[in-house]
Design a protein around this ligand. Sequence first.
Ligand SMILES: [Zn+2]
Length: 90
Amino acid sequence: MLQFFLLAAQNLPADEQARVELWLSIFTGVLLFLIFSLLILAVLIRFIALRSTRPCRWCMEFISNKATVCPRCGKEVKPVDGPAASAKDV
Ligand SMILES: [Zn+2]
């Protein structure tokens, strides 16, 4: 896509070409920043979700640390205080 814009700018005067290249590099930088910040945000949300959930000892579905009954299989589970993401703590 950048190649297309650079080709389209070939017939412009030199100072206009420099301006187009500058704006394209700014646009590319902003685009890359947005993509990477979204990726980091997704990883953070996943990490936070894993800290507040644990696998059910009966069906291995991820449930809240505070749950006393598994919403999926309906069996009783012990609530866990604090972050615990391993099956042995359930
Ligand atoms: Zn369950």
